[in-house]
Write a protein that binds this ligand. Structure first.
Ligand code: FES
Length: 108
């Protein structure tokens, strides 16, 4: 788990970019309180997704208006690559990125 800071760093209905170990990650907080984390730069031409319009668990890129699903990262209705997504949780009023674990390899 990596603590990003208090939940209030990201206003309801907005996004914010964090630098996490050299990687730019956008955290979004929807008006109903859900949080999502994705790559910060749009896969189309690098638009700052945290400055996009957040609504209905999606974000619209501020540069050319491509729309992405925040849960799956899928680009809706357009021809661009999906966003990388990261598991994120709220604990005790703070945002935590959940570190992805390497798959277990079972001995034969
Ligand atoms: S840079 Fe995001 S839609 Fe073009």
């Amino acid at each position: 788990m990596k603590r990003l800071g208090p939940i209030d760093l990201v206003a309801l209905g907005e996004g914010r970019t964090f630098d996490v170990d050299g990687e730019r990650i956008a955290v979004f907080r929807t008006r109903d309180g859900q949080v999502f984390a994705t790559q910060a730069d749009c896969p189309h031409r690098g638009g700052p997704l945290a400055d996009g319009i957040v609504g209905a668990a999606s974000v619209i890129c501020p540069l050319h208006a491509r729309r992405f699903d925040l849960a799956s990262g899928a680009c809706r209705g357009d021809d661009c690559a999906p966003l990388k997504t990261y598991p994120i949780e709220i604990r005790d009023g703070a945002l935590f990125l959940v570190e992805e674990r390497a798959p277990l390899h079972l001995a034969p």
